[in-house]
Design a protein around this ligand. Structure first.
Ligand code: NAP
Length: 301
């Protein structure tokens, strides 16, 4: 057992997947869960991933050795303010948020000396949300990025790293600022593009829209999967990582304009060269074994 008592604040896709891992591998003596609604708490009890539940986050974290913040990013400041005074000395506070600088900004000021903040981001997910979407294999073979501030207690960092390794993840340490720049490219920009493409299609005249759905296997389908991701989570990601997203969006817009010009001027060489460079990146993704999306058990085969 890694922890006598763990508290999850938020138990959606990511929180419930980690709670399933803790159950499967008997990593926690007691799992306390808090969420925004009673319905979610009842579901967590029904799924067997909570020993106790409370709508009051401060009550859930009492005596916890590890507190995992698994709510949308925009909720973290209020949650940290509420739980801060109830955390036990020596407790570890960690999280799973997709942006790291904002977590440190929102959470750190509410923690007493002797409480260890170890921010983390398991880079794994699906477009589904809620406690029933979780499954323990979600993290298998993926990276978990930890971004502790300099001077953070080494044993606390190692404990969190150990937890994610047991969930099947590989660990990378990174500065929070660097994390947010990297993820702006690998995750935030692709989601923004998918949301835009699908929104553009939703604005078409009715007779065109029908054909878009019918022939979606031509590429559109893959964007609809990404654009089906939770709107609250993604609203918070963009507002929390504004600077890095706007920076990469500026570069993307320039490249898009260059392709637009190449098409207008019949500049096939420019298009060919750009499309050849991108194949190399694809080969790199396959070589790094990051090309297959993990599927919930019932979707496998
Ligand atoms: P989710 O499935 O939508 O679940 C969110 C959970 O947070 C729900 O249990 C919700 O409770 C709870 N919650 C919402 N507001 C709250 C509040 N004010 N106080 C307490 N609990 C609250 O979300 P998720 O996909 O697991 O994402 C959670 C975090 O993981 C986000 O920060 C996200 O950036 C990060 N992340 C997500 C992915 C992904 O692919 N989804 C991947 C990596 C990291 P109710 O159901 O009662 O509202």
């Amino acid at each position: 057992m890694l922890f006598e008592r763990v508290a999850f604040i938020g138990i959606g896709l990511i929180g419930s997947s980690l709670a399933h891992v803790m159950r499967r591998d008997k990593l926690a003596g007691h799992i306390a869960v808090s969420a925004r609604t009673q319905k979610t708490l009842d579901t967590a009890l029904k799924l067997g991933i909570a020993d106790s539940v409370s709508l009051d986050a401060a009550e859930a974290v009492r005596d916890a050795d590890l507190v995992m913040l698994c709510a949308p990013l925009g909720a973290n400041a209020a949650i940290a303010r509420a739980i801060g005074p109830s955390l036990k000395p020596g407790a570890i506070v960690s999280d799973v948020g997709s942006v790291k600088k904002s977590i440190i900004r929102d959470v750190a000021p509410h923690l007493a000396d002797g409480v260890h903040l170890v921010p983390g981001h398991p880079v794994a997910g699906t477009e589904h949300s809620g406690p029933e979407a979780g499954f323990p294999e979600l993290f298998d073979g993926r990276w978990c990025i930890l971004t502790p501030a300099e001077g953070t207690d080494g044993a606390a960092v190692e404990t969190v790293a150990d937890l994610w390794r047991r969930a099947g993840m590989m660990i990378e340490m990174m500065d929070a600022d660097h994390h947010d720049q990297v993820l702006a490219v690998t995750s935030h920009l692709p989601h923004l593009i998918a949301y835009t493409i699908v929104d553009t299609a939703s604005d078409l005249e009715d007779h065109l829209k029908k054909e878009v759905v019918k022939f979606s296997a031509g590429g559109f389908r893959d964007f609809t999967r990404i654009a089906a991701s939770d709107p609250v989570m993604w609203r918070d990601v963009f507002l929390s990582n504004k600077e890095a997203v706007l920076d990469i969006l500026g570069r993307f817009t320039e490249d898009l304009t260059a392709l637009q010009r190449a098409i207008r001027r019949n500049n096939g060489d420019h298009l060919y060269e750009a499309f050849t460079r991108t194949q190399e990146i694809r080969r790199g993704v396959i070589d790094a074994k990051q090309d297959d999306a993990p599927a919930p058990p019932e979707e496998k085969n």
